[in-house]
Ligand binder design. Structure first.
Ligand code: CO
Length: 430
């Protein structure tokens, strides 16, 4: 049987998510794909030559990336598709090996608002960025120990008969994975050094995270569901990239922004609350020889789509959803509203999204929190405090958000690719 284009799209995106185990790996893999597609890499610490029309990209901290496509004509403004590279995880602390009762466990702390339970009883490993000295200079290298290395064992029910009555997880006590026994003291840094091909002791700094080893899967009666680590927000990242690469638009500069640290509030140099996006826009505008006023006009003509996954209605917890606005997996793009502006969508930006979906026959549904549920937030409103433009919040419907193994709809991947392409090609000025 020939595979549908929707199935193919989901397989493509899941392959990319599987190998992008940390925000650093997301950006490294984006970089590789952008280079393959003829984009030019820029560095923040160097002068930029943007005279040639075409694609460019720049990274900050190795964990955030902004790609843009200059048409070569005097662009009226920007079409910005914004998403995030990070996912909730457990981060290794300094000197992480802790010996106790003949075991060695690794000391970790929570990164972001993770669901703790699903981290137990499944193989885990370690990945991230390390800093070493090479030829007298500090350099960053990525590392991923690509084998089942760690596991956080549950306590047997015989030792906690109330385990199924609800459990309060202590990050410091419960979440430390087992790495080995007394013989393995000092082996973690040796394993990491060996994976990098450097001497043990040459690592001067690191940002290392745990990740779940389980591979993505298609499941359900018609395999209409996908499950994978890091669907939030890499589904939007990789769909946005496909949309950017497939799009054409001479009237607007198309921009894909992928920010780190959304899961911890975005207030970092590489987060949406930092200056990264504004700094890149300044340099694009300056390269085009535009005045400060012309920059303001361009931003006023611009639209941002903040793309971050949304909650599908849960079959066992329908009471947590709004009375009417309940997204379903495979139901298409989710447009998100919030009266307190956790989501940026308003009547104007809703109109932009609805028109794109209507014109391109992309299914659209709406998410609003149950009025008694606080709900989450994302990066659209935060980015807006740095560069303010008309913004809508969208996402794809998923279950188990912030589990290390999340679930979404197979067909929705293609919906998001088509949406992002149509958005990048849109030419309206509001
Ligand atoms: Co998210």
């Amino acid at each position: 049987m020939k595979k549908s284009s929707k199935r193919n799209a989901a397989e493509r995106i899941l392959k990319k998510i599987e190998k992008s185990v940390t925000a650093f790996h997301v950006c490294a893999n984006l970089r590789e794909e952008l280079l393959q597609n003829g984009f030019t890499e820029l560095r923040e610490a160097e002068s930029w030559d943007l005279r040639k029309p075409g694609g460019y990209f720049v990274m900050r901290n190795g964990s955030s990336l902004i790609a843009f496509f200059l048409s070569g004509k005097n662009a009226a403004g920007y079409r910005v598709f914004a998403c995030h590279s990070d996912s909730p995880s457990l981060r290794l602390k300094e000197a992480p090996e802790i010996g106790q009762e003949g075991y060695i466990r690794l000391n970790v702390e929570k990164y972001g608002g993770l669901l703790c339970a699903p981290w137990f009883d499944r193989p885990l490993s370690v990945a991230g960025r390390v800093v070493i000295e090479e030829e007298g200079k500090l350099s960053s290298r990525l590392v991923n120990i690509e084998r089942d290395l760690l596991l956080i064992p549950s306590l047997a029910i015989h030792m906690n008969r109330e385990a199924n009555e609800g459990y309060k997880y202590s990050a410091q006590k419960d979440m430390l994975p087992v790495f080995g026994d007394a013989e393995d003291k000092g082996k973690l840094s040796a394993i990491i050094a060996e994976a990098l091909g450097v001497k043990n002791g040459e690592i001067l700094g690191d940002d290392l995270f745990l990740y779940v080893r389980q591979a993505p899967s298609f499941w359900g009666a018609r395999e209409q569901y996908i499950s994978s680590p890091r669907l939030d927000d890499q589904e939007c990242v990789w769909c946005g990239l496909e949309g950017l690469l497939a799009s054409k638009n001479d009237a607007f500069t198309r921009v894909l922004t992928v920010f780190d640290n959304e899961e911890v509030g975005s207030s970092t140099k590489q987060g949406a609350a930092g200056t990264f996006f504004a700094d890149v826009l300044d340099r694009i505008e300056e390269a085009q020889g535009r005045s400060a006023e012309q920059r303001q006009i361009a931003i006023a003509n611009s639209i941002m789509i903040s793309a971050d996954n949304a909650h599908a209605v849960h079959p066992a917890h329908v009471d947590k959803a709004d009375l009417v606005n309940r997204p379903h997996m495979n139901g298409g793009i989710v447009l998100k509203f919030s009266a307190n502006q956790k989501y940026t969508t308003d009547g104007v930006s809703a109109g932009v999204v609805r028109k794109i979906c209507r014109d391109h026959r992309i299914p659209l549904q709406v998410f609003v929190n149950h009025s008694d549920v606080a709900g989450g937030s994302t990066l659209g409103n935060i980015s807006g405090t740095q560069v303010s433009m008309i913004t809508a919040d969208i996402g794809l419907a998923q279950l188990a958000m912030h589990s290390p193994y999340e679930t979404a709809g197979t067909d929705d991947v293609e919906h998001m690719i088509r949406f992002s392409k149509a958005f990048f090609e849109s030419k309206e000025i509001i």
